[in-house]
Ligand binder design. Structure first.
Ligand SMILES: *Cc1c(COP(=O)(O)O)cnc(C)c1O
Length: 372
């Protein structure tokens, strides 16, 4: 292995991604699918992911910021786009011009969108967001009638949807899910009573998989598109990202010698070490030192000593891998191989954070399964 030798690489399997989108579309009770591609598609690369998601049946794409949505338009994406969180200083006119659906969480935001639509000479498509209990963005119920009235009376705006976001859908029995659904229904009734005929969307990945009663017209899966399962029961999702490197050097280490900064690991007997040229600058958390394995030569092997900025060392016992052999840090398997979920569990976080933090200048991204 020479030319293709990956120093640090995330391999993005778009076949797996299309499989996941197809599965989610089948599970969506006839609702349309908005693949959420915020944060550079959870670290997987927004444009290639957007293209593959659309090929597999997503008719909408969701982004956090308007900038992210405009980047998709400029990249040639023609699917419906929705963005939902911008600063009060944002100029929405380029969004209106580029046919990006925009979110209003307050009467003030609605007014700024309407003003931008006036400048763009085109009606803005707006989704009114009700805060049903996440208490993050979205309009509080007390201010909702005012927002709805303002939207209904605003000729520069077309109200497309009423929407909200769930706090605890990954715990399917959590009582907040029903409580939020009830507030959502009340908000929708208020919009209807004001003469609006919006579609509704509420479900994230977990609710797509567990709450068919909350699918409405459109669902917004994110993490499941990337093959990571947010719910307790097994699902046929395929992880899309593999983080890998390769053996750069091997050496024999005599018993009693120690490895890496701080000498936290000492060889109990003669052993072979494999040096892998990835470290915390490449997304391997230093806090996994002493408690992580890699997949090398068809089995798990422990990392010896501290993870450094640029390198880590694997204890291979009496087996000697070859320079250039693939080392998988995490990925879809085979069974027994480290996963993003395993890292997340050890670190006290969620796999969302693991994959999203893999967007790093030193880590090359490679795609498998791109269509021309
Ligand atoms: C991130 C996000 C989603 C997707 O959530 P997942 O749990 O990744 O499925 C859906 N809707 C909104 C508003 C989001 O911010």
């Amino acid at each position: 292995m020479t030319a293709g030798f990956p120093r640090a690489e995330v391999l993005i399997d778009l076949h797996a991604l299309r499989h996941n989108v197809t599965l989610l579309a089948e599970r969506a009770s006839g609702a349309e699918v908005m693949a959420v591609v915020k944060a550079d598609a959870y670290g997987h690369g927004a444009l290639p992911v957007a293209r593959a998601a659309v090929e597999a049946g997503a008719t909408w794409l969701g982004t956090c910021s308007l900038r992210e949505a405009l980047d998709l338009r400029e990249g040639g994406i023609t699917a419906r786009l929705l963005s939902w969180l911008d600063l009060p200083t944002a100029d929405f006119a380029p969004g209106v011009e580029a046919d990006v659906d925009l979110t209003a969480s307050s009467a003030g935001e609605l007014a700024r969108i309407a003003e931008a639509a006036g400048r763009a000479g085109k009606r803005a498509r707006v989704h009114l967001k009700i805060d049903t209990g996440l208490s993050r963005n979205g309009c509080p119920p007390a201010e909702w009638p005012e927002l709805v009235e303002a939207a209904a009376a605003e000729p520069r705006v077309e109200v497309v949807a009423v929407w909200s976001h769930l706090a605890c859908a990954d715990e399917p029995d959590h009582p907040s899910v029903d409580a939020q659904a009830k507030r959502f229904s009340e908000a929708y009734d208020i919009a209807r009573a004001a003469g609006l005929e919006p579609i509704r969307h509420l479900a994230n990945s977990a609710a797509v998989l567990t709450r068919p009663d909350l699918h409405f017209d459109l669902v917004r899966p994110g993490i499941a598109v990337y093959g990571l399962n947010p719910v307790p029961r097994p699902e046929d999702l395929r992880p899309v990202m593999t983080f890998r490197s390769a053996v750069a050097l091997t050496k024999r280490l005599p018993a009693g010698e120690s490895v890496s900064y701080g000498h936290t690991w000492t060889a109990e007997r003669d052993t072979t070490l494999a040096l892998v040229p990835v470290g915390y600058a490449d997304g391997v958390p230093r806090s996994l030192s002493g408690r992580m394995d890699v997949w090398l030569g068809g089995r798990r092997r422990p990392v010896a000593g501290r993870v450094c900025m640029d390198q880590l060392v694997v204890d291979c016992g009496d087996e000697a891998p070859a320079v250039g052999d693939e080392v998988v840090l995490f990925g879809p398997g085979p069974a027994g191989a480290p996963t993003a979920r395993e890292w997340a569990d050890k670190l006290g976080t969620i796999d969302y954070e693991i994959v999203t933090s893999m967007y790093r200048p030193r880590v090359r991204r490679r795609y498998r399964g791109e269509t021309a």
